[in-house]
Design a protein. Structure first.
Length: 379
């Protein structure tokens, strides 16, 4: 991921999520709850009244500075709903509701808040190096930092698109790709000075047993991620998958093994690719998506995120505390119990080890640390 990818499939907008799974519904409930100690806020996010309206034509999008109030602050911001995290050097940077960005310089032992100029829900984050990073979210918001997450500026803001940004991958200091709702992919080749957006049209063949195929379908792209060979994968609504060999300039649809929403793309130690999503469905391919095999996850809970641990093993996480560990490229999975069954929204490896190492978990009930494959503490 970007990670972390993160389902990154997390919205507070019910109309997008109704077709996905209880994952988003639960996230909406949590993120809409008031947190004691946070100042009162105006309504966050919003519906998608323009669902049936076309997005902008592909081209350079004018950068409009967001002049709304800065991110929420208060004594209990550490309890905020966080949706994604990434490393900036040795620092952990996590993003979430109400524009909140938290920093930890001691592997998650303590946290402090960054300076963010907007209260938009932030869904994903990625860094090109230890200083330069991007965070994205609702209202087609892109934030940029050049000091390791301490301070952020708005690079892109287009609420009129009605297209929440859902994931981001920083290829290098100049090239960044963002996946979004309504089939839109955003891209910059100049470090964010200008952004282009393209609405991709895909084909749905034999969807739900219907004999006809559907062309010009623009799925919500829940995730974008980069493989070890530098190529990119998109995955999203109704199981649609796309691949790019040129940094996101052009995309080709590839075969999909599943017609339900896919929330993430991960990569196996043997070079294979894995996709996963609703109802515990996960599939792996060793030939770039030409052929897929179904993985036996042993769960019907939706899967939201994946991480590759220091020893090359795979961790899938999802709803109701679902955590599945595999040391054999997905051939088998070992469930890791969480006593409180909190929804795991994202995970970030923070230390390595022969057994998998320590992982930061972002859940619907807060963040915490745990060792893999040992059981996770329910502190």
């Amino acid at each position: 991921m970007a990670r972390t990818n993160t389902v990154n499939a997390l919205f507070t907008v019910g109309i997008l999520l109704a077709a996905a799974s209880a994952f988003e519904a639960r996230a909406e409930q949590v993120s809409s709850e008031s947190l004691p100690g946070l100042e009162a806020l105006p309504g966050m996010g919003g519906g998608l009244p323009g669902m049936d309206e076309p997005a902008e034509e592909a081209g350079v999008v004018n950068i409009t500075v967001d002049t709304r109030t800065p991110a929420a602050r208060g004594p209990l911001v550490e309890n905020s709903l966080l949706l994604d995290a990434a490393f900036a050097g040795d620092r952990i940077v996590a993003v979430g509701e109400r524009g909140i960005v938290l920093l930890s310089d001691d592997r998650g032992e303590s946290w402090r808040q960054a300076n963010v100029p907007a209260r938009t829900l932030l869904t994903a984050i990625d860094f090109a190096d230890d200083q330069l990073g991007w965070a994205v979210g609702h209202d087609a918001m892109v934030l940029n930092t050049t000091d390791g997450g301490e301070n952020w500026v708005v690079q892109h803001y287009a609420p009129e698109l009605d297209a929440p940004m859902l994931d981001v991958v920083a290829l290098d200091a100049r090239n960044v790709v963002v996946s979004a709702a309504l089939g839109i992919v955003f891209r910059t080749e100049d470090g964010g000075e200008s952004w282009s957006d393209t609405q991709l049209s895909m084909t749905l063949g034999d969807f739900l047993g219907m004999p006809e195929s559907f062309d010009d379908f623009s799925p919500h792209w829940f995730t974008v991620d980069r493989a070890g060979d530098g190529s990119l994968y998109l995955a999203g609504e109704r199981g649609v998958i796309a691949h790019s060999d040129d940094g996101g300039r052009n995309w080709q649809q590839i075969s999909s093994p599943y017609h339900g929403s896919l929330f993430g793309v991960g990569f196996l130690s043997d070079g294979g690719v894995v996709v996963y999503g609703m109802r515990g469905n996960a599939f792996a391919s060793s030939d770039g998506g030409a052929h897929w095999r179904k993985l036996d996850t042993g769960t019907d809970r939706s899967l939201n995120d994946d991480v590759t641990l220091a020893n090359g093993s795979l961790l899938l996480s999802g709803m109701a505390g679902t955590m599945l560990w595999s040391g054999d490229s997905g051939a088998t999975f070992i469930p890791i119990e969480q006593p409180n069954r909190a929804d795991v929204l994202a995970a970030l490896p923070v230390s390595g080890g022969a057994d998998g190492g320590e992982v930061l978990l972002l859940t619907s009930r807060g963040k915490r640390m745990g060792r893999i494959p040992d059981p996770i503490d329910a502190d």
